[in-house]
Structure formats: structure tokens, C-alpha cells
Write a protein that binds this ligand. Structure first.
Ligand code: ADP
Length: 556
């Protein structure tokens, strides 16, 4: 089989005008970014507000393993399959970060015959949104240091600045830095650090904002740090919300591209789901629901992270809820949850598969708690045996769980027709409405306990003394009613990445909080999760090249 980049570069792309016309967009509604990408007008959502909304389908998965699950692949393939059934479907995905692209995971444009294109551009700089967020984030950092340099009228305590600099690459050497060295003309020395751009609060704000003015309002509310008197300082007090909004005026416009089968796709915003809220922008998801009858959208990592935050945070901000949830699982990943190593996955092992089913079962129970209709999509890999697939489908039948085996990777939309048909029926038969895991007026400690117990299956939660103090402070400052964005490893239901399957009797440890008041949530950092990841010994970048003829190699 050809590599993803070979398939993508041989695709029959339609000029983006064709895709825009297919969506009945007028000239004012979009602007071309080259031949195959466009930005949609920031006013389009308002213009379409009277239109009825289409059905929203959320794709999630079991806990990811190095074996790969293929959530984006299934999301794209399902959108393509719905179009085969003559449904007007639009895909809504996140923008890939260069961190994973150059690092270990690879891109985020789907795979095989279920990809969004131009995949090289989408995976690299795309329309520059992530770079714009980096610039705006770092502009704010510069404004803060400049304010301190010129007299520090606000009494900002340099030891209590929470606003970090960012860059969109995994660079562990920048996690902790000292800035302002070199004497009085070069700033006030203080300890600082870098996060990856996709963990920036500005990324979360762009993804949760209803429109440009709402983005500006939220930017104004960002708490950058505290004064010597321990009072919060926000961006509005410093007066920079206008400039920062200006820097993001194009980044807030959703990007339109297409799939290999010319299905429209909106790709916009890209927070990670382990250290941020993990969902594409509210504006893109809502726009897709106004432009199509079905939106297939994805939340990052497993249902314990991306889906939990989609359902408890994004739906509240956006005023929408999914009509159906697709839980993606692979035989390979389940066998890893059952104890196998990555190099043992190519031979049949029903015992390991049976053991690994515990992980899927937990995520099924989680989606059941949200009271949403769901289906398990088995993303077929070449090494899966028929016996293994039968085992998984029979398990689902025995537990009265809807299931569909998909092969969109090898067949494109054609390989997802069964899934698409079942998803349509689920959406039409939906009678229940979304049941949140916690109430906004629950105290912060209770919210986290509810997430840990209901979603992770934890026995309880421990708070470090720093976290306990911060919790009291945040309640006092009036942030207690915000939802909580958990920062936790994606690999395990627990906060320890090595605990695969369905760990039991474990405790979640909250080490520290960070109020993202502009985004509208409180980040709770658990375990050893890092907001600036590192690169592996052999980064994916080592395989990448571009030839004299301009042929791209090794982009998966
Ligand atoms: P996720 O969204 O869960 O992170 P992706 O859809 O990005 O996963 O897929 C991860 C990698 O696995 C990609 O390189 C993709 O090409 C590959 N992949 C996905 N599904 C399959 C499949 N059925 N067979 C082979 N490779 C696959």
C-alpha cells in the first residue's frame, strides 16, 4: 500500500472554489488562501444563524497506544461515507501542531484513503493560524516584561507571572528559562518558561469564542499573574486586548479544505487534549452544522480526555450537543491494553484482546453516563485476523453495543458505509439529552472528584498542598463556577502512563492549578503531565525530505 503522502500527492483535488460553491457560499462568505484552501468570513455564522443546525457526530476513542487508533482517519472516512449515502456531511477537525508532526506521533490529517488535503500544507504551516497564536502569545509576554521594566505601575510580582512564552515545537530545553539577564537595560531578571503553542490560553480562547468580539472580551479576562498584594492582574487592566485581538483577526476565521473524495472539511484550532481542552473551534463546528446536515468532529485522545472536555466544556460554551458518539478502537491497541508489546501485535492473541477489552468497556460506560447514543467503530488494520474481529463484534453484540467494522483507511468512504448507515439511524433515534458529569456550581474539589471517579474510574483524588491553597484562592477570586480542564496523561485512565487497560483502586494527584479565566476554565495539572513536551530519540523529522523536483518524502 502507498504511504499517506503518496496517496495525498496523487489526489484529484478540486479548486477550493468548487468546494465553496458546493456549500452554496457566496463570494463574500470566503476568501481563497491559494488554490486549495480558503478562510470563511468571520460573520458567516451570524449570517446563517436562522438556519436549522445539522446533526453533530463526535468521534472519540479508547486510550491511545503506540499501536495507533486512527480517530482522525475514521472521522474523515465517516464524513466521506455519509456523502456516499447522499447526506450532506462536513468534517470538522483540529489543526495539526508541529510538535507531534516532527516528533513521534505523526500528522493529524487522517490516513490512507481517508485524509484531508493538501495534507502536507495542513500538517506544516497551513494558513498560519498556529503561528499567529504564537506571535500573539509572545507579544503579551513581551508587553508584561516591558510593563515591569518601565516602572511596574501595576505592582506585578515577577515571581507570580503565570503567562509563559510559547513555541509550536517540542523543545524540552525551554521548559524552564531565566529572562531579563544582562543588566538594567535588558529587563528585570525572572524565572520564566515555554509551553507548546497548542497549550496557550489564546488557543483555547480562539477555539471557544463565539465571534471576534467574544474573543476580545475573553482575551481581556486572561489573568497573567498576581501583584505583590496577591491580586490577579488581567490583560484588560494592562490594555492590550485590542492589539492581541488584531493579531488574531485572520486566525479566528475557520479554514475550508477538502478530503480525498472532495468532501468539505473545516480545520480550525488545535488544542491538545492532554494539556488543553482538545477540541476544534466552536465557530467551525457550528458553521459546519449550519452548512451541512451532518458534522463529523473529533475530540483528541481517549474519551477520558477529549470527549470529557468536549461534553463538559465545549458543549456548554457552544450551546450544542452531539447527536451520536463514535468510539474508535483497534484490535492492535486493545491487545496492547491487554499486555502485549508493540512488536508482538502482528500475530493473533485472543487472550490479550479479551483482557484489553476492559479499556473499551470503561469508555463505553463513560459515554453511557453522558446519556448519548454511541457506536463502536473497529478501525481495521492489515494484521487483524477474522477471529479477532469476530471476537470483538460478538463481545459488542453480547453487551448490546452497536458496532461496525470500518476499513476507510484502505477503501475511503466505501469502507465506512455500514458505520455511516448506523450513525444516521442513531442520530434519528436519539431521545435523551446530554447529561453533564458535574454541575458548574459544584465546588472545584467536587468537580474534580466527579471527573476522576466517573470518567477515570479512580478511587479518589489527592491535592498537593500547593493545589489545596490555590483551590481556596480561586474560589475566593470568584473562579469557582468555571468548568475544570484536566491535564492528564493520555495513555492511561489513571495519571500514570504505564498503567494500561483498566486500572483499579488508583488515586489521581492534582499538583497544581492554572486559572484560564479568558478561556473560561480552570486547568488542573495531574501526575507528571508537561505543558511543553520533549522529542523522542529518533524524531519523525529524521525521515522527512524534499527532493530537487519538490517531491515530499517521509511526511508519513
Ligand atoms: P488518531 O487521530 O487517533 O491520533 P490517526 O487517524 O491520526 O490517529 O492515525 C494515526 C496513524 O495511523 C496515521 O499515520 C494513519 O495513517 C495510521 N492508520 C490509521 N488507521 C489505519 C489503518 N486502518 N491501517 C493502517 N494504518 C492506519
Amino acid at each position: 500500500m502507498k504511504s499517506d503522502i503518496e496517496i495525498a500527492s496523487q489526489a484529484q483535488m478540486k479548486p477550493i472554489r468548487y468546494i465553496a460553491e458546493k456549500l452554496s457560499l457566496t463570494e463574500d462568505d470566503w476568501e481563497p488562501y491559494g488554490h486549495y484552501k480558503a478562510k470563511l468570513s468571520v460573520d458567516l455564522l451570524e449570517k446563517l444563524s436562522d438556519r436549522p443546525s445539522g446533526k453533530v457526530i463526535l468521534t472519540t476513542s479508547i486510550n491511545p497506544t503506540p499501536a495507533g487508533e486512527g480517530k482522525s482517519t475514521v472521522t474523515v472516512g465517516l464524513g466521506q461515507a455519509l456523502n456516499h449515502l447522499n447526506k450532506k456531511a462536513i468534517i470538522a477537525l483540529r489543526e495539526p501542531s508541529l510538535g507531534p508532526t516532527m516528533g513521534i506521533k505523526g500528522g493529524a490529517a487522517g490516513g490512507g484513503y481517508a485524509q484531508v488535503i493538501p495534507m502536507d500544507e495542513i500538517n506544516l504551516h497551513f494558513t498560519g493560524d498556529i503561528h499567529a497564536i504564537t506571535s500573539a502569545n509572545n507579544a503579551l509576554a513581551a508587553f508584561i516584561d516591558n510593563h515591569i521594566q518601565h516602572g511596574n505601575e501595576m505592582h506585578i510580582d515577577p515571581r507570580r507571572i503565570g503567562w509563559k512564552r510559547v513555541m509550536d515545537i517540542n523543545d524540552r530545553a525551554l521548559r524552564e528559562v531565566v529572562v531579563g539577564l544582562g543588566g538594567p537595560g535588558k529587563g528585570i531578571p525572572r524565572q520564566d518558561g515555554f509551553n507548546i503553542t497548542v497549550a496557550s490560553e489564546l488557543m483555547a480562547i480562539l477555539c471557544l469564542a463565539a465571534n471576534l468580539q467574544d474573543m476580545k472580551r475573553r482575551i481581556g479576562k486572561i489573568v497573567i499573574g498576581y501583584t505583590y498584594e496577591k491580586q490577579p492582574v488581567n490583560v484588560e487592566q494592562l490594555g492590550f486586548e485590542g492589539a492581541l485581538t488584531l493579531l488574531l483577526k485572520d486566525a479566528i476565521k475557520p479554514n475550508l479544505v477538502q478530503t480525498l473524495e472532495n468532501t468539505p472539511a473545516l480545520i480550525h484550532g488545535g488544542p491538545f487534549a492532554n494539556i488543553a481542552h482538545g477540541c476544534n473551534s466552536v465557530m467551525a463546528t457550528k458553521l459546519a452544522s449550519k452548512l451541512g446536515d451532518y458534522v463529523v468532529t473529533e475530540a483528541g485522545f481517549g474519551a477520558d480526555l477529549g470527549a470529557e472536555k468536549f461534553l463538559n466544556i465545549k458543549t456548554r460554551a457552544a450551546g450544542l450537543e452531539p447527536d451520536a458518539v463514535v468510539i474508535v478502537a483497534t484490535i492492535r491497541a486493545l491487545k496492547m491494553h491487554g499486555g502485549l508489546k508493540k512488536d508482538q501485535l502482528n500475530s493473533q492473541d485472543l487472550e490479550a484482546l479479551n483482557k484489553g477489552m476492559e479499556n473499551l468497556k470503561k469508555h463505553i460506560e463513560t459515554i453511557e453516563q453522558f446519556q448519548l447514543p454511541f457506536i463502536v467503530a473497529v478501525n481495521k488494520f492489515p494484521a487483524d485476523t477474522q477471529e479477532e474481529i469476530d471476537f470483538l463484534t460478538k463481545w459488542c453484540e453480547k453487551h448490546s453495543v452497536e458496532v461496525s467494522v470500518v476499513d476507510v483507511f484502505a477503501e475511503g468512504g466505501q469502507g465506512g458505509l455500514d458505520l455511516a448507515g448506523k450513525v444516521v439511524r442513531l442520530c434519528e433515534a436519539k431521545t435523551t439529552s446530554l447529561h453533564y458529569s458535574y454541575e458548574l456550581d459544584d465546588p472545584i474539589e467536587l468537580k474534580i472528584n466527579k471527573i476522576a471517579k466517573k470518567i477515570y474510574g479512580a478511587g479518589g483524588v489527592e491535592f498537593s498542598s500547593k493545589a489545596s491553597k490555590q483551590m481556596v484562592q480561586m474560589e475566593q477570586l470568584g473562579y469557582g463556577n468555571l468548568p475544570v480542564c484536566m491535564a492528564k496523561t493520555q495513555y492511561s485512565l489513571s495519571d500514570r502512563p504505564e498503567k494500561l487497560g483498566r486500572p483499579k483502586d488508583f488515586t489521581i494527584t492534582v499538583k497544581e492549578f492554572h486559572p484560564s479565566v479568558g478561556a473560561g476554565f480552570i486547568v488542573a495539572l495531574t501526575g507528571d503531565v508537561m505543558t511543553m513536551p520533549g522529542l523522542p530519540k529518533y524524531p519523525a523529522a529524521l525521515n522527512m525530505d524534499i527532493t530537487e523536483e519538490g517531491v515530499i518524502k517521509g511526511l508519513f
